[in-house]
Ligand binder design. Structure first.
Ligand SMILES: [Zn+2]
Ligand SMILES: [Zn+2]
Length: 246
C-alpha cells in the first residue's frame, strides 16, 4: 500500500480490500456506499485480481463469502483454465466454502475447460474431507473424462497411473461411491440418495438431478436459475426422465 491512502480508493476497490483483510464491517460499509459487488481489478499489487467473492474464498473469509452470496454475488465467472469458484474451493480443500457455494446453487458437476469436475480437482489435490463432502452433496463419481481422473488412474482406462502420490483414501471414496451406484438429489437441503434412473434430470442443463419436482423448484430458487444452461454441458448420456426448468 505504501504511500497510497485507503481514502484514494473507490468504494469498489475498498470492497476488495475489505474482502482481502477479512473485515466484514468494511465489506458492509463499501456495499452500502455503492460498491459494485462484481468489480474486479485485472492488475493490482496490493489487492490482487478477482472479485470480492473470489478474494474472500482465496483468503478463507467464510463470513464474507456468506454475506456476498446473500447479496447476490455471482459465482459463474470462470478463472483461468475454466475453473469455477467451486473448482477452486475443491482444489484448495476449502470444504466449507465449497459447501456454501453449492448451497447457493453452484452446479456440483460443472466442468472446467479440461473436463474436470470439482470432485476430481479435490481428489487430485488429495483433499479427503472435500472429496467426502462433495460426494455426500451429490457429486457424480463417474465423471472422469478429464485429465485429472486419468492421472489419478480412475478413468477406467487401463493405462498405468502416471501419478502415484499417496491419495488412496480419496480414490477409495470415489470407488465406493461408484460401486454404490447411488447419486443424490442435487437440492442441498434434501440430498436424498437415489438410483440414477430414478432421479429426474434438469432439462435445462442436464447436470443436476432431483428426487422430486419440489426439490427442483427449491434448488432453482436458491441459485440454480443463475447457473442453469451457463455451465458447460458434458453430454454424458444420462438416462433419466427430464424435467423442464421451472
Ligand atoms: Zn430431493
Ligand atoms: Zn439446470
Amino acid at each position: 500500500m505504501a504511500s497510497v491512502s485507503v481514502n484514494s480508493y473507490s468504494e469498489s476497490e475498498k470492497l476488495l480490500l475489505a474482502a482481502q483483510t477479512g473485515s466484514i464491517q468494511r465489506v458492509k460499509a463499501a456495499l452500502k456506499a455503492g460498491a459494485d459487488i462484481e468489480f474486479e481489478l485485472h492488475k493490482s499489487e496490493t489487492i490482487g485480481t478477482g472479485t470480492a467473492l473470489y478474494i474472500a474464498l482465496r483468503d478463507g473469509h467464510l463470513d464474507i463469502m456468506r454475506l456476498l452470496l446473500r447479496k447476490g454475488a455471482s459465482f459463474m465467472k470462470r478463472l483461468p483454465g475454466g475453473y469455477t469458484l467451486l473448482h477452486l474451493a475443491a482444489h484448495k480443500g476449502k470444504t466449507e466454502a465449497a459447501e456454501l457455494l453449492v448451497q447457493h446453487g453452484a452446479t456440483l458437476d460443472v466442468l472446467d475447460s479440461c473436463q474436470n469436475t470439482p470432485l476430481m480437482a479435490a481428489a487430485y489435490s488429495n483433499n479427503i474431507d472435500t472429496v467426502r463432502r462433495l460426494i455426500e452433496l451429490g457429486a457424480r463419481p463417474d465423471l472422469t473424462d478429464g485429465g485429472m481422473a486419468q492421472r489419478l488412474g480412475i478413468d477406467g482406462s487401463t493405462k498405468k497411473h502416471v501419478y502415484t502420490r499417496p491419495m488412496s483414501t480419496c480414490i477409495r471414496l470415489i470407488h465406493e461411491a461408484r460401486r454404490s451406484k447411488l447419486l443424490r438429489c442435487c437440492n442441498p437441503k434434501c440430498g436424498k440418495p437415489g438410483y440414477r434412473k430414478k432421479l429426474k434430470l434438469c432439462a435445462g442443463c442436464k447436470l443436476t438431478r432431483y428426487c422430486s419436482r419440489d426439490c427442483q423448484k427449491q434448488h432453482w430458487s436458491v441459485g440454480h436459475k443463475k447457473c442453469c444452461g451457463h455451465d458447460a454441458c458434458p453430454a454424458v448420456g444420462l438416462e433419466a426422465i427430464s424435467l423442464p426448468c421451472p
